[in-house]
Ligand binder design. Structure first.
Ligand code: G4F
Length: 331
């Protein structure tokens, strides 16, 4: 990989941003990340990279910036001269997007437009990855969904992602920019934020098993999702930008499971009967839920040779084991 490969990542401190940084650094890239001043305390996922003297300040650089601040974004582009931008940042909690719709749409929608405009003005060509989401489909007419399934979002977050996804297509078609939408289904790992349901369940199963918590309160157990393994999905992002043509790709396992399935598997991993510990709290229910979200990843499998490396059962077990290790460190 030549030294000329320079990636700029928005959302570098998140689950996906941290795995992507590792992948790109392993592949010889210089990696620049945009971080908010207020996100200081949330850098635990890239702390191991920041502490590595051979990496931080040598091939990994962090820039303070905010996605609402176009001037600063332009300056970061000028300083880093990226050949690829991975736009992952923004408020990504679907339930929360009903509480804070305006800022969610600003971050997931308008910020993408702002970055596309900066990319369009670059003298050297820059490849652009946009983190789209299965939430653009919402109340779908067909299952599984493909790249041509019509968008019908059911949340403010889904609406903002639908806007940004279509804009990315417009910039590809109208200006010839190398822009890819990765339409990613849920992807999880031990680095998932604690307020997403998989991490919440895995963490609670481990803590209850070790006597640190008494119960777990959840919303809708019957919701179904197509859950994959985050490092696999990050690899898919990179593969999209290596292809000769920019395009949109669904990234999914093609299987869907209920929240109840996840709960059962997580509690089974610690040999506990889940029914004794799981309670319902309607405040975690959402005003609307997408239905039948399950993706058909045939296109990325055939075109780019991508495939997932973990089964659902392996994913649940890995997440619970990571939580058990975290609990052991506390004790
Ligand atoms: O884990 P979740 O919050 O993920 P959700 O809403 O599917 O969104 C995630 O995946 C999308 C697709 O990739 C992304 F676009 C998005 O940014 C995010 O990464 O909820 C999953 C399901 C929902 O149906 C929710 O209603 O779990 C249900 N659920 C039940 N109890 C709960 C809970 N979700 C959360 N967060 N907390 C609960 O207590």
């Amino acid at each position: 990989m030549s030294a000329a490969n320079v990636a700029l990542i928005t959302g570098i401190t998140g689950q996906d941003g941290s795995y992507l940084s590792e992948l790109l650094l392993e592949n010889g890239y210089a990696v620049h990340g945009v971080v908010r001043r207020t996100s200081n305390l949330l850098r635990s996922r890239i702390e191991h990279l920041r502490r590595d003297e051979k990496i931080y300040g040598q091939r990994l650089f962090l820039h303070y910036g905010d996605l609402s601040d176009g001037t600063t974004l332009r300056r970061i582009f000028r300083e880093s001269q990226p050949t690829a931008i991975y736009h992952l940042a923004g408020q990504s909690h679907v339930g929360l997007s009903f509480e804070i719709p305006e800022s969610t749409c600003e971050e997931a929608g308008m910020a993408t437009l702002r970055l596309l405009e900066v990319a369009r003005d670059q003298e050297q060509p820059v490849k652009f990855y946009h983190a789209s989401s299965s939430e653009i489909f919402g109340s779908v007419a067909e299952a599984p969904q493909t790249e041509t399934t019509p968008m019908m979002p059911t949340s403010p977050y889904g609406c903002a992602k639908a806007f940004a996804t279509q804009l990315a297509r417009v910039y590809r078609q109208s200006y010839g920019l190398f822009v890819c939408n990765g339409i990613l289904y849920n992807h999880e790992s031990p680095r998932r934020g604690e307020n997403f349901v998989t991490r919440k369940i895995a963490r609670a199963a481990a803590r209850i098993a070790r006597g640190l918590d008494l119960d777990l309160t959840l919303g809708n157990l019957e919701s179904r999702r197509d859950w994959g393994y985050a490092p696999d999905y990050v690899r898919a992002m990179w593969m999209m930008l290596q292809h000769k043509q920019p395009d949109d790709y669904i990234v999914a396992t093609g299987e869907h499971h209920s929240v109840r399935d996840f709960v059962e598997a997580a509690f089974a991993a610690v040999n506990l009967p889940w029914e004794k510990f799981v309670k319902h709290d309607s405040s975690f229910d959402r005003p609307a839920e997408p239905s039948r979200l399950v993706g058909c990843a045939d296109k990325i499998r055939k075109t780019l040779g991508w495939k997932p490396t973990r089964t659902f059962e392996q994913l649940v077990r890995e997440m619970v084991e990571a939580e058990l290790k975290a609990v052991e460190k506390l004790c």
